[in-house]
Design a protein around this ligand. Structure first.
Ligand SMILES: NC(=O)C1=CN([C@@H]2O[C@H](COP(=O)(O)OP(=O)(O)OC[C@H]3O[C@@H](n4cnc5c(N)ncnc54)[C@H](OP(=O)(O)O)[C@@H]3O)[C@@H](O)[C@H]2O)C=CC1
Ligand SMILES: CC(=O)[C@@H](O)[C@H](O)COP(=O)(O)O
Ligand SMILES: [Mn+2]
Length: 392
């Protein structure tokens, strides 16, 4: 494996931390050459002290001075940058060979697209960019010859279970597993008083707050169905979801001959990241092997789409096509953020997403501008809806 210089976008987050852990295990093969974060200068500089990247990027331009000063105070020669344009230029330029796209939300779209357009090895965790503008990202990667390595655990699992990571003749169906989240088995009435702290307490995975809430509403699985559609080119009807509370089987591929191939492993994202860095080779990730005897059992059940309406809404958006998934994603981001701030109730999340989808008919997404416009309209609609859902 050639030594890769890696840009880690979202370095201060959960995926960023797992990626840096794997990189640090392989100093001969991997180095972190660019580290990027949103607003957390202290955490970013602490990572720079540890990993000595050539470049550090803070998204908020108002924090550029603070970043320069903190790097200087730490005695580092790391070059400071600020803003999305600077990040996209670094991602597309000679500073890195591969890019871990792990910024949370639609904020990750431009840098993901920049990596795809520049033909980089793209370790894609930021599922929202595919939901928002999947046709554009996939087309850009195809045109530039960028290799997309799915990092989302289910899609990484599918990639591993498919020959050459692609759907070809003989593949019948893809099946994503879902943990069911912290409220699996609960009825709708019991979800009315859920607090942010309860919603982010994922039973199996340690993740950032936004994706943790998405797992609790099952929106995460809905986003993942759309993500799988773009990555593997199959329709809604050939992408199944099965609840598997142990989170040990990450996804399955059903073949026409009756075979089902599955990928199993402990719920630790370092495995998917190691696959992304090394594929088609394999490198140690720090994750221990799965001891099936110790775990004892694997359970599977149907998802409850009446109680957890977000999965149903995401499937409807995929069927509606055009801007509907973009609207779904943007309205969900606004609603989840308001929920995390304690401004709206847990059950208002699907209500706000549903109302945005109903209010904004699907439009064609033929350009990045069209995706941005649909995203902005949905954010506006969802933001306007917040006062009607305000908690007493
Ligand atoms: N965590 C997981 O196990 C998994 C995550 N994913 C996906 O990976 C992505 C990251 O998730 P996760 O690591 O959990 O999230 P976290 O909340 O833990 O981390 C988010 C990262 O994004 C940065 N960030 C936030 N806003 C901006 C912005 N406007 N511009 C640039 N950077 C920004 C944050 O920087 P700062 O610290 O400065 O705010 C932080 O580094 C998401 O798309 C998620 O869906 C997919 C599968 C599994
Ligand atoms: C680790 C990962 O890939 C997450 O997306 C995970 O799938 C979340 O778990 P849920 O199955 O509860 O959504
Ligand atoms: Mn996932």
């Amino acid at each position: 494996m050639k030594r890769q210089r890696v840009a880690v976008l979202g370095a201060t987050g959960s995926i960023g931390s797992s990626a840096l852990d794997v990189i640090a295990r392989h100093p001969q093969q991997l180095s972190a050459s660019v580290l990027a974060a949103g607003r957390n200068v202290d955490a970013l500089v602490a990572l720079c002290v540890q990993h000595r990247p050539a470049h550090a990027v803070i998204a908020d331009p108002a924090l550029y001075g603070a970043l320069c000063e903190a790097l200087r105070a730490a005695g580092l020669s790391t070059h400071a940058h600020a803003g999305d344009d600077a990040l996209c230029a670094l991602v597309a330029g000679d500073a890195c060979d591969s890019v871990v796209a792990a910024i949370v939300g639609a904020a990750g779209l431009d840098s993901t697209l920049a990596a795809a357009r520049a033909g980089k090895r793209l370790l894609l965790a930021n599922k929202e960019s595919l939901v928002m503008a999947g046709d554009l990202v996939m087309a850009a990667a195809r045109q530039a010859g960028a290799c997309i390595l799915p990092i989302d655990s289910e899609h990484n699992a599918l990639f591993q279970c498919l020959p050459d990571g692609r759907v070809s003749a003989g593949v019948e169906r893809l099946v994503l597993t879902a943990s069911g989240g912290p409220f699996r088995g609960r009825d709708r009435a019991s979800l009315a008083s859920i607090t942010p702290a309860q919603a982010v307490a994922h039973p199996k995975w340690s993740m950032g707050p936004k994706i943790s809430v998405d797992s609790a509403t099952l929106m995460n699985k809905g986003l993942e169905v759309i993500e799988a559609h773009h990555l593997f080119g199959l329709g809604n009807d050939r992408i199944g979801v099965v609840v598997h509370p142990q989170s040990l089987v990450h996804a399955l591929v059903e073949y026409t001959d009756g075979s089902t191939l599955a990928q199993l492993g402990l719920p630790d994202m370092r495995t998917a990241l190691a696959v992304g860095f090394a594929w088609p080779a394999r490198i140690p990730s720090g994750v221990p092997p799965l001891d099936l005897i110790a775990h004892g059992r694997l359970d599977f059940e149907e998802p409850d789409m009446d109680t957890f309406a977000c999965l149903r809404l995401a499937r409807q958006a995929l069927d509606a096509g055009g801007s509907a998934p973009t609207v779904l994603n943007a309205a969900n981001e606004v609603a989840v953020s308001a929920f995390l701030q304690g401004r709206i109730a847990f059950l208002s999340i699907p209500a706000i997403v549903e109302s945005a989808l109903a209010a904004l008919p699907p439009a064609e997404i033929a350009s990045l501008e069209a995706a941005r416009e649909a995203d902005a309209q949905a954010r506006h609609h969802a933001t306007q809806a917040l006062p009607r859902h305000a908690r007493a």
